[in-house]
Design a protein around this ligand. Sequence first.
Ligand SMILES: [Zn+2]
Length: 437
Amino acid sequence: MANKADDKMSRLVSLCKRRGFIYQSSEIYGGLNSCWDYGPLGSELKRNIKTFWWEAMTNRRDDVEGLDAAILMHPAVWKTSGHVDEFTDPLVDCKTCKSRFRGDELKDKTKCPVCGNQTLTESRQFNLMFKTFMGPVEDDTSIVYLRPETAQGIYVNFLNVKNSARQKIPFGIAQIGKAFRNEITPGNFIFRTREFEQMEMQYFIHPSEDEKWFEYWKGERWQWYLELGIRKEKLRWHEHGPDELAHYAKKAFDIEYEFPFGWKELEGIHNRTDFDLSRHQDATGKDQRYIDERFKEKFIPYIIETSAGCDRTLLTVLVDAYDEDPSRGEKSTVLRFSPKISPIKAAIFPLVKKDGMPEIAVNIYKILKTQFKVFYDAGGSVGRRYARMDEAGCPYCITIDGQTKEDDTVTIRDRDSMEQTRHKIAELADFLQNAVE
Ligand SMILES: [Zn+2]
């Protein structure tokens, strides 16, 4: 079974490269370990996922505001948050083959799993934050960190956003942005990488309502993955037991997905209590307490956090959409993306390169591309063009044929059912709009 799963992952990885979803970073220099670049289709897919998240979490709500904080923050933030002292993994080296391991992942602590020698070092704590220097002097006073999470940018702006947006508790702040962790053992393609993009929302509430809002956000986030088109049977909840809970969390649930390499965390929903704002208040002396007419007391809000990874969501979308359908003949791969997020919404083909068909097709393409990401293709047989679009996850192929000139209709071929239906050219934009909503 393990081999079959590996095969499927490796075929997906090679499809991603071939079709321009994801490339190894700096590949012509031999690549940079666990860093990846999104190509034409991948960057479009990623943008669609982020937009889908942003709209669900901010634009369609009245109680969540957006934020885009800087990656570099005052280094004292990371002291306060505990990252400088506690954001570590146990690191073990093999003195013989120079392999490096996470101490907590080693089954046999006495023997190197790579070369088999009993030459492992004692485990030592390794901080996962990337460091750099601000300004021209490289010394301890100029150290800054690439943020290991986007959440702190939200906490330190809590009062700014509350005041400028005139929000009242309960309300949230949502942010999409890059974060960096110097992981000892990254891997599984884009599942765990050292540079990644987070989609996080922090919801500020009265402490007495934490159970209610925790349950509410659990429901919202579960529903979001279903609307993204992820198969329900591939999702499950995992509750953190007392030994798994982070020091700041009162309660934590993960949404997990069944990847070819096992059930893994997709998103965490955490009750962070008043830990973060209290720490920042203590460190800065700036009052982080909240008061309004509904609550007759000053209090530091509790925070319910929903924390998802954009790259991880994209991998989930790819894995979940990937299908090999032998009924399609030799070229049998199809990516069954939800039309909402598919990189290309429709492809437009002239059946043959004559009889005025290309002119009509180009015209339709030019009109549709003002509203949708569409693709024009006149090369090769229609069957081969369908197969190429199946691999790109394009949900609809529009073909201009002999009948088009007679009655202004075209065929739309559905990616999943492979059925073709005839439609008026004038109705194509409405058809696509309905499909992608
Ligand atoms: Zn070794």
